[in-house]
Structures are given as C-alpha cells and as structure tokens.
Design a protein around this ligand. Structure first.
Ligand SMILES: NC(=O)c1ccc[n+]([C@@H]2O[C@H](COP(=O)([O-])OP(=O)(O)OC[C@H]3O[C@@H](n4cnc5c(N)ncnc54)[C@H](O)[C@@H]3O)[C@@H](O)[C@H]2O)c1
Length: 478
C-alpha cells in the first residue's frame, strides 16, 4: 500500500535538530495503547533525544489519532498502513515494535533485514519459531535489539538486585515468586486479543515474561527446565452466571448487565479509550471491551510453574488473574540468609470495577535476614509513575542512553528469548503434562551478559558485618 504521507521530514518539522544535533530517527509500528508511552516520550521528555519520522498501523483511525498527537507537538511523521512500505520509504535508525505479541517476530525480522535497529515491547515473541527467527536475523544482520523490560528499571527492583549482587544472603538456592493480578487489571487480559493463546502465548508468555525476566536478571543465570500447571477457573461463562449476570451481552458497550457488573470496562467514560478503540472499531472490528465471561477465551487465569536453573536454583512461581488486590512477593533463600520483596500495588478495587481515586501509593517492603542476626527492613527509594517507576527510567535509558549500566538493565534478544522461553516451555508442559527442557524448544540460545558481581556471595563461615552492605544504612532492625 502507498504511504499516506511519505515525506518523513516536511519543512519546519524540527529540521534544526537534524542539522545541529544529528539524532537517531525513530518509527513506531502498532499505534495502540502501549505505543503512546513511546510517542509521548518522543514528542515530550525525549523529543531532543530522537526524531520520530514515521508511524504505522493497519487501522486508519489509530494512525490518525497518533499522527494528530505528533503534529500537535510540532512533528510531522509519515504514516503507513504497511511496515514494509514504511521501512522502504523512511529507513529509520530504530523501529519501535508495539503490535500484538504474535506479530513481534515478523516486524523485528523485517526491520533488521531492512537495516534498522529495534526496540520491541515484551514478550520478545510467543513461540519457538519466532524466537529462532529473531536470533537468526540478529546474527545475519548484526542489527541491535532491545526488549523493553520496564519492570527491571523500577528503583525498588533495582535495589533488590543490589542486595543480591552484594552477596549478603550468600549463594541463592531457591526462590518463591507469587504475582497477583486484581480483578481490574487481570480482567483486562480476557477482553481482547490477549484472551487467545495464538495471539499472546497466554499469560505464561504475555505477562509472566516480565516475571521470568526479573528472575533471570536478579539471579544472573538462565533457566533450564520447566514443569507447569495451569487452568482457567474464573473468567468462564459459569462465573458470569453465578454472579447473576445471565443477561450479559457479548461486550460491555450496550450490555444489559453493565450497571451490575464489577468487571465492566467503561470505554465511553475515557476519552483516550474512545479515541483509540471505540471511534476506530468500525475499521477492523477490534472490540476493546468484549465480555470477560465469553466462551471464546482459551488462556489460563491460574498458573504454577517449577523452574530449574542452570546453576541449580529452583524457583516456584504462581500467577493468578482474579485477585481482590494487586501485587507480588518474591523470596530468595541463600546459604547466608533470606531476602524478601513484598509489594502491594493496589489493596482493593471499587465494587463497580474502577480504581480507587486518588490512587494510593504502592506499598513496598524489602526484608533481609542474615543467619544468626535480626531481620533488617530497608529504607525504600521513592518511586513515581507507572510499573513501579520503571517506565520513566527505561525511557531515559532507551532514548538518552546514559553510558553507565552497572545493574545490567538493558535487555537484548538473548534476555528476551530466555524469559519468553520459560513461558513457552510452561505451555508445552501444560500440553504434555511433563517437564520441558528449554533447549528442546530453541537450541543454542546464547547466554545474556550478566551484571558483574564485584563481591561474590559472602562465604558461609565469614562473620556478618553490616558495614559491608551500604543499603543497610537507614534500615530498621526488627
Ligand atoms: N511493558 C509493558 O508494561 C506493556 C504494557 C502494555 C502492553 N505491552 C505490549 O505492547 C504491545 C502492544 O499492546 P497494546 O496493549 O498496545 O495493544 P493494542 O491492541 O492496544 O495495540 C496494538 C496495535 O497494533 C496494531 N496492529 C495490529 N496488527 C498490525 C500490523 N500487522 N501492522 C501494524 N499495526 C498492527 C493494531 O491495530 C493496534 O493499534 C504488546 O506486545 C504488549 O505485550 C507492554
């Protein structure tokens, strides 16, 4: 298809930046919800770090909405309905990939072969074929790939990384990781494309890739084998019936049970959702608010996995998507003690399914207990913004590219593959009811670079000395 506006840099559109400060040029493919974080950065806080030259989406309404926001910021990106046309006409330095998960691999591979570096949203991809294709394209083209694992960048999770790198709890031997999605956030995965495994890989891939990446990054190792269980126990027609919503319709808009349903999404009540989805659905039939109790859902909402790592660590992972509260708990047990990170992102959801306003601050607590010592509760850094404060820090790393990366935040295709493959192995284990080796899915995946550990785990026979651990300053001893 011909470009809708093929001139990537019309007169007056920040040409002075081009001449005086040669900046990387950017394009975005997939102009739905997530793209607006990158769009907002390139038209706002990071407008002087990169120049947005092109936008692509199959939906003309979402294309026009994004183009309008860019124009309001003084930019005039070319717009395209087809990625290959965009790549041929504008040759951006970097392509940002924010299409649904099952389309990531195709976009990444095409962009790399067209000579672009790529920033992709998580998960890297949804299946072994996609992972192998991306790794091959990376090898063949030498282009770079960054996976937007925003969860890594949150100041609290970075502090937890610092704790583990310090060696204070010795050699980690086992981990427990429980993630709770509440009925506001969790339900959202059952309304649109995520609800089908062919699109998202299910929550083991789509959502848990964040969590598996955190485990790989915190532990500085790679997973070897996964044994999984998973069921859909809640987002089923039977639950809708049991809640007395027997007169429900196929979607929230126009649903006879709307006013009585605690799972409703009020698209009309949000300008942003209306612009993105309600006003554009006539182009492609994409419904943002399909009923969460529809029979057509085929992903799990209740999942468990036992993950064995190359260095012998075993992790026990749980994810549920219908909780009254939202948050997580991760515990590492080591040869010198124990470290726990507890987060309550939201304590409760309103009876109508909306969020409590004003949004209360998240509650975080890191507890460290060395052997033969009282437990310490750390002084927690302040956070602002979405995803535990991770989004803003990640955007700075992506666009302003500060040189230091002492905690190894930046994730490439290897880290993306190792986390997505845990989910793929979990899906394979659900199908076979057997443990699945990651190497049987995609062989010879290179290990990611791990942040250097300057101290190494404390020796079990050494006397514990709090002075060796700067993060204990300001900690409360229980
Ligand atoms: N890191 C995070 O915290 C986070 C949060 C939300 C979403 N995401 C990720 O961002 C990605 C997008 O999610 P979303 O919620 O924005 O989805 P979305 O459905 O709102 O947006 C996807 C967009 O891609 C477009 N699209 C579909 N096929 C296309 C094609 N062939 N070519 C061009 N455009 C196409 C759709 O029209 C839509 O506008 C997903 O991979 C998701 O996992 C990450």
């Amino acid at each position: 298809m011909a470009p809708v506006n093929a001139n990537p840099n019309p007169a007056g559109a920040r040409e002075h930046d081009q001449v005086e400060h040669p900046m990387k040029t950017y394009a975005i493919v997939g102009l739905g919800h997530r793209s607006h974080m990158y769009l907002g950065a390139l038209t706002g806080a990071h407008a002087s770090d990169g120049r947005l030259i092109a936008l692509c989406d199959i939906n003309p309404g979402r294309r026009a909405y994004a183009e309008g926001l860019a124009k309001a910021a003084g930019l005039a990106p070319a717009t395209f309905a087809d990625l290959d046309d965009l790549l041929a006409a504008t040759r951006p330095d970097r392509l940002i990939v924010t299409v649904p998960d099952h389309l990531h691999a195709s976009c990444i591979v095409r962009a790399m072969h067209a000579g672009c570096d790529v920033i992709t949203e998580k998960p890297l991809t949804t299946d072994p074929t996609g992972a192998a294709a991306i790794l091959a394209a990376r090898r063949e083209t030498g282009r770079s790939l960054i996976v937007g694992f925003n969860y890594r960048y949150s100041p609290i999770r970075t502090l937890f990384k610092q704790v583990l790198m310090s060696g204070i709890i010795g050699h980690v031997q086992s981990a427990t990781f429980e993630w709770l999605l509440d009925t506001h956030h969790g339900a959202d995965y059952f309304r649109r494309w995520h609800r089908n495994k062919a699109n998202s890989g299910g929550l083991f891939v789509h959502k848990a890739t964040h969590h598996f990446d955190l485990l790989n990054w915190w532990l500085g190792t790679v997973p070897r084998r996964v044994t999984a269980h998973g069921r859909r126990v809640f987002y089923r027609p039977e639950t809708g019936d049991a809640l007395g919503l027997t007169d429900r319709g196929p979607r929230c808009t126009g649903c006879p049970a709307f006013a009585r349903c605690g799972f409703r999404l009020d698209v009309a009540g949000s300008d942003h959702l209306t612009h993105l989805y309600a006003a554009t659905e006539h182009h492609d039939g994409y419904l943002r608010d399909a009923c969460v109790f529809s029979p057509g859902i085929d992903i799990e909402d209740s999942m468990n996995a036992l993950i064995e790592y190359e260095n012998g660590i075993v992790a026990n992972y749980t994810l549920t998507a219908y909780n009254p509260c939202e948050g997580y708990r991760v515990v590492f047990d080591g040869t010198r003690g124990r470290a726990e990170l507890l987060n309550i992102e939201r304590q409760a959801v309103n009876p109508d399914g909306s969020l409590v306003r004003p949004v209360p601050p998240e509650q975080d607590r890191i507890t460290i207990q060395p052997h033969f010592a009282r437990p310490y509760v750390l002084d927690i850094p302040p956070t602002t913004g979405l995803h535990g404060g991770g989004d803003a820090v990640m955007l700075k790393r992506l666009f302003a590219a500060p040189s230091n990366d002492e905690y190894g935040h930046l994730a490439d295709e290897r880290a993306g593959a190792w986390s997505a493959m845990v989910g793929m192995a979990a899906n394979a284990s659900l199908a076979t009811k057997l443990p699945v080796d990651l190497a049987s899915l995609v062989p010879d995946v290179p290990h990611p670079d791990h942040a250097p550990n300057p101290f190494g785990p404390a020796k079990i026979w050494q006397t514990f000395d709090p002075a060796n651990y700067p993060f204990l300053r300001g900690a409360t001893v229980l």
